[in-house]
Design a protein around this ligand. Structure first.
Ligand SMILES: [Zn+2]
Length: 137
């Protein structure tokens, strides 16, 4: 009699979650734990920082694991961007599948907000309070 070993199907998801956490931390650090669009759409920032995908998962599979495709938005702006795709596009916070993702989009957006960001992978070794990300006012 043969026994079939059940494969740990959740392992892939676990790995992805780790990867996702790493992307999240990189993105938040890159923006110094601040919303990428403070004051945008006439809204004040509020809530926790969330990771927003410039190209959604539907049009860019795996995009949520690509830090170049991710920016951090506070809950308020994230919700607005999600609910108002047209406005989000104009603001450079949303891109369609056929659009080239500007590699420096995050830097450009952040430059107007007085803080410096950089694209690319940062040192993941230095870890501190990556978890306690809260939105700035
Ligand atoms: Zn915000």
């Amino acid at each position: 009699m043969r026994r079939t070993r059940l494969r740990p199907v959740s392992q892939k998801r676990l790995d992805e979650r780790d990867e996702r956490d790493a992307v999240r931390e990189t993105v938040l650090r890159r923006q110094m734990f601040r919303c990428a669009a403070p004051g945008a759409f006439g809204l004040r920032c509020g809530g926790r920082l969330e990771v927003h995908e410039l190209q959604g998962r539907g049009v860019r599979p795996g995009g949520h694991l690509d830090e170049a495709n991710c920016i951090a938005l506070c809950a308020t702006h994230h919700r607005y961007v999600t609910d108002h795709p047209s406005a989000a596009r104009i603001a450079g916070l949303r891109f369609e599948s056929w659009e080239e993702l500007p590699s420096r989009s995050v830097t450009i957006m952040a430059a107007g907000n007085g803080y410096k960001t950089q694209t690319g992978t940062q040192d993941k070794g230095a870890k501190d309070d990556g978890d306690g990300a809260s939105a700035e006012h």
